[in-house]
Design a protein around this ligand. Sequence first.
Ligand SMILES: Nc1ncnc2c1ncn2[C@@H]1O[C@H](COP(=O)(O)OP(=O)(O)OP(=O)(O)O)[C@@H](O)[C@H]1O
Length: 347
Amino acid sequence: MKTGRGATATTGQDSAAGASEGVIQPIISVDGLKKSYGDGDTAVDAVKGIDFAIRPGGVIGILGPNGAGKTTLIKMILGLIVPTEGTVEVDGVDVHEDTTTAHEKMGAMLEGARNSYWRLSVRENLEIFSVIGGNDYRKQQQRIDTLLTQFNLDEKADTVVRELSRGQKQKVSLLCTLVRNTDVVFLDEPTLGLDVESGRELQREIRRLSEADGRTVIILSHDMRLIRSLCDRVMIMDDGEVVEDNTVENLVEIFDANVHEVTVTGELDKETEAAIESVFTLLGVERGEKTTIHVELSREEFYQFTRLLERSGLLIDSFDAQEVEFDDIFLRLTDGASDTGRLGREQ
Ligand SMILES: Nc1ncnc2c1ncn2[C@@H]1O[C@H](COP(=O)(O)OP(=O)(O)OP(=O)(O)O)[C@@H](O)[C@H]1O
């Protein structure tokens, strides 16, 4: 489903147009970005022409079902994949013209715990990545110690990474990204494999990075709770396009206000159901002793809907705005609604 509500984020993160008008220069500008893999009949259009701008600071979540194009988009921003069309600038630097300078501004933890050196100790890894980030590692010892303590790795500081558990390796990988102190940090499924306490610690650290240090953190995740609790702005991708770009609060508000559960006495015949479906977004019908209709209605449509029910001889028993979970919203926006019970259309 394409909602047409794209690029309406208002809390410190604007669409490409908004940010270019503003005083603050975007830290990331993506312009007409496309990527096709292969050519001819077998070509896959993984990213189909995306534009957006991200202001410095803030935490942005990128969501989407498998194959939506998230990794391709992020790798193009990082300069790891050459776009078929379009440009990416990071802090005013064209990523594909001056990749070295752009890399100095970005840190990324992609695809799990693969970026650390497994034969070196945890501390040595952090020192190396600190140096890669252009820091003098001797001056970074306090920061390194703080990160090790925060993530409960202080006792493992001198252990070689190879001998750590999977979750601990994930933490080292994460710390190697954070210790570089880059302006922009990309984290791909950062909580995967972390225990509850480390997951919370990671959330605190991400908040600190964004609020105290003014860094921009971009998270790719299927973890809706993480996205909901951390992100100022969320971009939802589907089939190579951004289908929604908004704040989590706005998304919940829009859907909360619109989705209704209407219970009626009387039989909802197929003709009336078809009439409802032709005018409104009918999400589902539950038939039992009474009939419950799940329907999306704006304020204006509310009265039109009740009149249609009256004309069909149906008496409204109760009328409730449905509470919408963030993952329901995600499924609706990515055509996944039929997979859910509550918001799903009847099969
Ligand atoms: N190297 C490649 N060659 C050909 N097709 C590719 C390649 N990499 C990705 N694709 C295709 O491009 C589309 C987008 O893939 P991408 O990995 O960007 O999606 P994603 O949103 O990151 O998915 P996931 O959540 O599963 O990681 C998919 O259809 C995928 O099959």
